[in-house]
Design a protein around this ligand. Structure first.
Ligand SMILES: [Zn+2]
Length: 437
């Protein structure tokens, strides 16, 4: 039993947006048992963690990533998506399990240090004969103590078939489907509090055949797991879909049965009003990646419009080759700033941005047991110190300050009631070993 006592403030992110001051949180067996103002009543002496000078928010939820890209930062610096991909595919074709381990360690560590307790990963590069890629990242997430939703991604449309990737990085459709079945059977845990859930993630319209998209959706639905892909990221992609299928990207997915409450889609930058209405109607989620979309010059996703239409929206850092970092709290700030640049200062509040990064992310991943700090929810809690230099002058609203100021790394991070970050450092892995490995 752990009591986090004397918290400066708590943003619970419950439906009512309840916020508390001078509060405490009692954790037992990975679950929040009590949360409120003052000290939690306890029947036996708990382990106490001093919360003075700290703000508690739900652990952040990252809805799109490519961890392997962490080792290929600052490449193709002036390239848009297609140019950038063409330069990087041959580099990624040399991936192996050692690469995956180093990249996942660094990428997941960065996320954890930004307050992220749950992340997905969209791994879609499986060069022929290379084994253990998905297994390795699942192992690393468990080692760090993070909640993990890896997608068994895929590409089957190489250049010789009219796709964008070289043939050396695509797989055969039957092999993909068999490997996906196998990943679900071995790793997927559907229960509440689950630390690993597998999703099915064919990569994009220009690297996957429509047949594989259709069969991936059928496979995911047979197993009751979630579906993920990239869509409507750039104007080049829109042109490709119009030329190849005579459909806009979201219409193309709709034709394939690839929309629905069990689907969340990365990017959704180039959407028309009918696309937004269709995402809302089908209860399809969106992983909004502001930094990546700006880095590649793709544009600005209509986050505000999606929220106003009732679409489920989460935030994501995207792969580190198109973000060059992995700070999810920083991504919430980017979402707020880009929205305000497009729509004015009233278009998004700091609390809206925090809600996207917590409740929105949890909803994208189909989880109702995380994303808010409430009795009975899993104890995924990010605690930020607000008594340092960056917060001097921001004392009147320490919760908004997490988005509007520069909070630096998380102070403590709990996942499933266990400390993953303590005093600003990883608990289960040595940071020095990640840098010099
Ligand atoms: Zn991506």
């Amino acid at each position: 039993m752990i009591l986090i006592d004397g918290l400066r403030a708590v943003a619970t992110m419950d439906d009512a947006g309840t916020e508390l001051e001078d509060a405490s949180i009692l954790i037992d067996a990975g679950v929040i048992r009590w949360i409120g103002v003052g000290r939690a009543p306890v029947s036996q002496p708990p382990e106490v963690l001093d919360g003075h000078g700290l703000v508690a928010i739900p652990g952040l939820v990252n809805t799109h990533h490519h961890l392997y890209q962490t080792l290929t930062r600052v490449r193709a610096q002036q390239g848009g998506l297609f140019e950038w991909l063409r330069e990087l595919y041959p580099v990624w074709a040399t991936i192996d399990a050692d690469w995956e381990r180093s990249a996942a360690e660094v990428g997941l560590a960065e996320l954890a240090l930004s307050g992220c307790s749950t992340t997905t990963d969209h791994h879609y590069v499986f060069p022929s004969g290379v084994l253990g890629l998905l297994e390795t990242e699942i192992e690393v997430a468990a080692q760090l103590g993070m909640r993990f939703h890896p997608c068994r991604g895929s590409m089957d449309l190489g250049q010789s078939q009219g796709g964008l990737p070289p043939d050396s990085v695509v797989e055969n459709r039957d092999a993909i489907l068999a490997a996906t079945d196998d990943a679900i059977a071995r790793f997927h845990k559907p229960e509440s509090g689950s630390m690993v859930r597998i999703a099915v993630g064919p990569c994009s319209p220009f690297s996957v055949s429509p047949e594989l998209m259709r069969e991936s959706a059928a496979l995911a639905r047979r197993h009751g797991v979630r579906l993920h892909t990239h869509i409507a990221e750039t104007l080049d992609e829109e042109k490709y879909c119009q030329k190849t299928f005579g459909r806009r990207p979201v219409e193309f997915l709709d034709d394939l049965g690839f929309l629905g409450p069990d689907v969340w889609l990365a990017h959704c930058v180039h959407l028309g009003a009918p696309d937004i209405a269709r995402l809302a109607e089908t209860k399809t989620g969106v992983a909004w990646c502001p930094t990546s979309n700006m880095r590649l010059g793709s544009g600005f996703a209509p986050g505000r419009e999606l929220l106003d239409a009732g679409v489920t929206v989460g935030l994501a850092v995207d792969g580190s080759a198109s973000n060059d970092s992995g700070n999810l709290l920083g991504e919430a700030r980017q979402a707020l700033l880009t929205t305000r640049a497009r729509r004015g200062a009233a278009a998004m509040t700091a609390r809206d941005a925090l809600r996207l990064a917590t409740r929105g992310g949890a909803a994208c991943l189909g989880r109702d047991d995380i994303g808010s700090l409430q009795v009975g929810k899993r104890a995924d809690i990010a605690l930020f110190a607000v008594d340092g230099l960056a917060f001097r002058g921001a004392e009147s609203d320490p919760i908004a300050a997490l988005i509007l100021c520069n909070p630096g790394p998380v102070h403590h991070l709990f996942v499933e009631g266990k400390l993953v970050v303590h005093d600003g450092h990883l608990v289960n892995v040595s940071e020095a070993s990640l840098i010099w490995a």
